[in-house]
Write a protein that binds this ligand. Structure first.
Ligand SMILES: *Cc1c(COP(=O)(O)O)cnc(C)c1O
Length: 432
């Protein structure tokens, strides 16, 4: 039974104590619920599509630890594989067969990837790819898009989406001007703006990096022709195209957004799903470019825990589970049911909203839209989103605590979970 009112005494105690111990009481900013008001719930355990908090309340989860939990939390086969791997030790710091296995799976799945380097987070993957883009082209400038998040490295903290957008920070103090002076930005879905930047910076732009489907400014899909247009422009101006598929990889489709949209970038970053809930990131792409990475080539990048056997094991088992026939059809079906249902309910209860879904990724903006870019997304009624968020939380549905984050489903979510969620949403939308 899902709760309709919640008691959160223990969550409040733990979070109050955390304030003294860690900045903002958290290990990553959006978790603090700043933009939706109220206090975060403190988790005790997760399983399948559900979360239990320290007060014993149960929630249907649409955050999925920010993306990795596409098989549902603590899938029994992932847990069993981890138990077995654990007996062999927690870290090798040396080559292992497991790295070969996951590397082959990634190379087979992702069209652009011919060689891959494993790291420990999406941030690290994007840092590595940035250095490589610059080294390969011998150019320093890059183009990113407003509202796209590529981790917290200095060069990317320009109009960066995610927590930066959630907290309304234009940039971050502590980032030297020089670190971002080579970062050019354009509005998402605006090919003309990208072309203008290439014209103004001839022979200076190493490449274009983007979330092919944006999830860090809320959910924003690419307009027809946008990804193709970027592929053409980067070819025309001798620059690299990089898809940051840390979120979309193995989620939008098994081969990521590049498989879904049939546009192959030169380089790709991965994270989240490929770690199956353990810390993993990766970057990969064309063999001639990847061959520049040390020790094959001169571009330095390293990691004590990179290729960690537990993380590789969780990733391998997660990808194996995703390969089962019908997985993505199921994810598409339940997620569409959820996204369509939310839009319909909002319409019936008189709220201007827009949103959508691709495979197991969805979003809902409290604005009539349409939302093509971050400027459009910012027109959302974030105060109303906050009330909606709190309302459904108190009725047992856990959604990312920000208007500017996408939602995620898993194949552990049942039709009944979706129906329950829609009933809760109707209840709350009628009263906000
Ligand atoms: C989450 C995310 C990152 C950063 O990954 P971390 O593992 O949090 O460092 C980078 N790019 C995109 C698109 C992401 O969604």
């Amino acid at each position: 039974m899902l709760n309709t009112t919640i008691k959160t005494t223990k969550s409040q105690e733990v979070f109050a104590a955390a304030q003294n111990l860690m900045p903002g009481g958290v290990s990553s900013p959006v978790r603090a619920f700043k933009s939706v008001g109220g206090q975060p719930i403190v988790f005790d355990r997760v399983k399948g599509a559900y979360i239990w908090d320290v007060d014993g309340n149960q929630y249907i989860d649409y955050v999925g630890t920010w993306g990795p939990a596409i098989c549902g939390h603590a899938h029994p086969e992932v847990i069993a594989a981890l138990h077995e791997a654990l007996e062999k030790g927690t870290s090798f710091g040396a080559p292992s067969v497991l790295e070969n296995v996951l590397a082959e799976m990634v190379i087979d799945a992702v069209p652009s990837i011919e060689m891959v380097r494993f790291v420990n987070s999406g941030t690290e993957a994007c840092m590595g790819v940035l250095r490589l883009m610059r080294a390969f082209t011998n150019r320093e400038k890059i183009i990113k898009f407003e509202g796209c998040y590529h981790g917290h490295a200095d060069a990317f903290l320009v109009k960066a989406g995610s927590g930066v957008a959630t907290l309304g920070l234009p940039d971050s103090p502590g980032v030297p001007k020089l670190a971002t002076s080579t970062t050019l930005t354009a509005p998402f879905n605006d090919l003309e703006a990208v072309k203008a930047l290439f014209e103004e910076n001839r022979d200076e732009i190493a490449g274009v990096i983007l979330e092919p489907v944006v999830g860090n400014a809320g959910f924003i899909a690419p307009d027809a022709g946008f990804l193709e247009g970027l592929r053409e422009l980067t070819h025309e101006y001798g620059a690299l195209l990089v898809f940051d598929e840390v979120m979309t990889g193995f989620r939008i489709a098994y081969g990521g957004a590049q498989e879904k949209f049939g546009v192959t970038p030169d380089l790709t970053t991965l994270g989240k799903v490929i770690g199956g809930g353990l810390p993993v990131g990766a970057y990969g792409g064309r063999r001639d470019i990847m061959s520049m990475v040390a020790p094959a080539g001169p571009v330095y990048q390293a990691g004590t825990l990179s290729g960690n056997p537990l993380a590789m094991t969780a990733g391998i088992k997660t990808l194996e589970l995703l390969q089962k026939p019908g997985t993505y059809e199921y994810l598409e079906r339940i997620t569409k049911k959820l996204a369509d249902g939310l839009l319909q309910i909002a319409k019936e209860t008189g709220h201007p909203v827009c949103g959508g879904q691709i495979s197991a990724m969805f979003g809902l903006f409290f604005t009539s839209g349409p939302v093509h870019n971050y400027e459009d997304a910012k027109k959302s009624d974030t105060a109303k989103f906050g009330r909606f968020h709190r309302g459904i939380l108190e009725r047992g549905v856990y959604l990312a605590p920000s208007q500017f984050e996408a939602g995620f489903t898993s194949f552990a979510h049942t039709e009944e979970d979706i129906e329950q969620t829609l009933a809760v949403a109707r209840d709350v939308m009628s009263s906000i």
